[in-house]
Design a protein around this ligand. Structure first.
Ligand code: AMP
Ligand code: MG
Length: 331
């Protein structure tokens, strides 16, 4: 029985996993009325909600905390104050329960949770607020095949939404606006793919200029989605071709977007690849995916007795860890 803790950014989540099955997955997200997240405030939020989220996750999984064998912690990458708040909580619980802590890389957890949707060895298009990466496992490491060169796709969308007064998070609101548009009103926007990398700042500037000139929000939202998602799908397709893999998976909050899902599905159909999109509660930041990968790591690399709870002192946060720096011992 593995309990997973997610704490890398705005979300504090706790999930319970047993033999690859997610028994519970509870989340509490830090939100702001205006502006982005302030790391210290998000960390304060995590400290405030931790115990309650933990209790609810145990209750929903219908287990007693004495049944927990290990605590999986998203120790990387993320906002340092948030990671620290999560680690503090994990260490406190681990000490009480006398169980080891398993460190889990958040981005890799997004990839591996796609297994619950049926994927075996996918290319992951990871599209969240701060992160935009195309990741796949190849030659003993999870490699970043492409990524954003400037801003993350979610932050890019939210920034434009904020400019138009739509508020945060802007992604779902702009998706609704885009559905109102007449496709004939598509406006050409800066399209920037360099190899398998993408960048959004040129499009950002252009969108804001067009909005300030009085162009309709629905046409801009539609054009933004078509252009930005086409860039991501092009880069993801190149990664599929390069790696020879036959599966694409989506992860991250922006993956909730139906148009992005549809574009991925079409691309996969055309090149005879399979497309996987985990259910929403596992797409966004959540403790369930941390517990899921934590269980794989725990069951393959923590041989019985080889690691006592005393070694939890060695666990530390790694705010800037890159996906390809992770030493993959569990494959
Ligand atoms: P994450 O960082 O993975 O929690 O994802 C949060 C980001 O997902 C925010 O930038 C949201 O605006 C974005 N998002 C959520 N739902 C949608 C949607 N339906 N379409 C586009 N973006 C979305
Ligand atoms: Mg994430």
């Amino acid at each position: 029985m593995i309990l997973g803790i997610e704490c890398t950014a705005h979300t504090f989540g706790v999930g319970v996993v047993h033999k690859g099955k997610v028994l519970s997955n509870v989340r509490d997200m830090f939100t702001t009325k205006s502006g982005g997240i302030i790391p210290m405030e998000a960390a304060k939020h995590h400290r405030e909600v931790a115990e309650e989220v933990y209790r609810e996750a145990l209750m929903k999984a219908v287990i007693d905390e004495s049944e927990i064998d290990a605590i999986a912690l998203s120790n990387a990458p993320g906002l340092a104050p948030c990671l620290l708040a999560g680690m503090e909580f994990a260490k406190k619980k681990a000490e009480q329960l006398k169980v080891p802590i398993v460190s889990v890389n958040h981005c890799i957890a997004h990839l591996e949770i796609a297994r619950t949707a049926g994927a075996k060895d996918p290319v992951l298009l990871y599209v969240s607020g701060a992160n935009t990466q195309i990741i796949a496992y190849a030659s003993k490491k999870y490699r970043i095949f492409g990524e954003t060169l400037d801003i993350g796709i979610g932050n890019f969308i939210d920034k434009f939404a904020r400019h138009t007064g739509l508020g945060f998070p802007g992604g779902p609101k702009l998706e609704i606006e885009a559905q109102k548009a007449n496709p004939g009103n598509y406006i050409e926007l800066p399209y920037s793919v360099k190899g398998m990398d993408v960048s959004f700042s040129g499009m950002q500037t252009k969108l804001q200029q067009l909005y300030d000139k009085g162009m309709k929000i629905e046409d801009l939202a539609f054009s933004m989605q078509e252009t930005a998602f086409a860039m991501l799908v092009e880069a993801a397709e190149r990664a599929l071709a390069h790696t020879g893999k036959k599966e694409l998976a989506l992860g991250g909050g922006v993956a909730c977007n139906k148009r992005l899902q549809e574009m991925c599905r079409i691309m996969c159909r055309e090149r005879k690849a399979k497309f996987f999109c985990p259910e929403k509660s596992l797409l966004v930041d959540n403790g369930g995916m941390i517990a899921y990968l934590g269980e794989i790591i725990f069951s393959t690399t923590f041989k019985k007795g080889s690691r006592s709870p005393n070694e939890n002192d060695k666990v530390d946060i790694r705010p800037r860890e890159r996906t390809d720096q992770v030493d993959v011992k569990w494959k």
